[in-house]
Design a protein around this ligand. Structure first.
Ligand SMILES: [Zn+2]
Length: 110
């Protein structure tokens, strides 16, 4: 059974999502603007440098009552890896929230 959420998370963690900067580098597209804010779409921008998407991530964190100031992906990934290893139920929800947020950001972007 396909698990698209886990697959998107795996792709993101390995820097393999087909973001616009990568597609442009391969000559597949000309427009590399973020659909949410029109800045250059890179992996770091999409997760969560984009101010629109950063707001989404902030609301998810607030809903979970996690105090954290989101940064771009290269800083968020180590934070997520460290924080999601916690034993409390809150961290299990955080793992789900990370997976769901990334999946829906990617799905909406497409
Ligand atoms: Zn943006």
């Amino acid at each position: 059974m396909a698990r698209p959420r886990a697959f998107v998370l795996w792709l993101a963690c390995n820097g393999r999502l087909a973001t616009k900067d990568r597609l442009r580098r391969f000559g597949l597209i000309n427009d590399e603007n973020c659909i949410f804010c029109h800045q250059r779409e890179t992996h770091n921008h999409l997760f969560f440098g984009c101010h629109t998407l950063k707001d989404v991530w902030l609301k998810v964190l607030m809903w979970l009552q996690v105090v954290h100031d989101p940064k771009e992906w290269h800083e968020e990934l180590p934070w997520m890896m460290q924080t999601c290893n916690g034993k409390r139920w809150k961290y299990a929800f955080l793992k789900c929230a990370v997976t769901e947020t990334m999946y829906h950001v990617w799905k909406h972007r497409n």
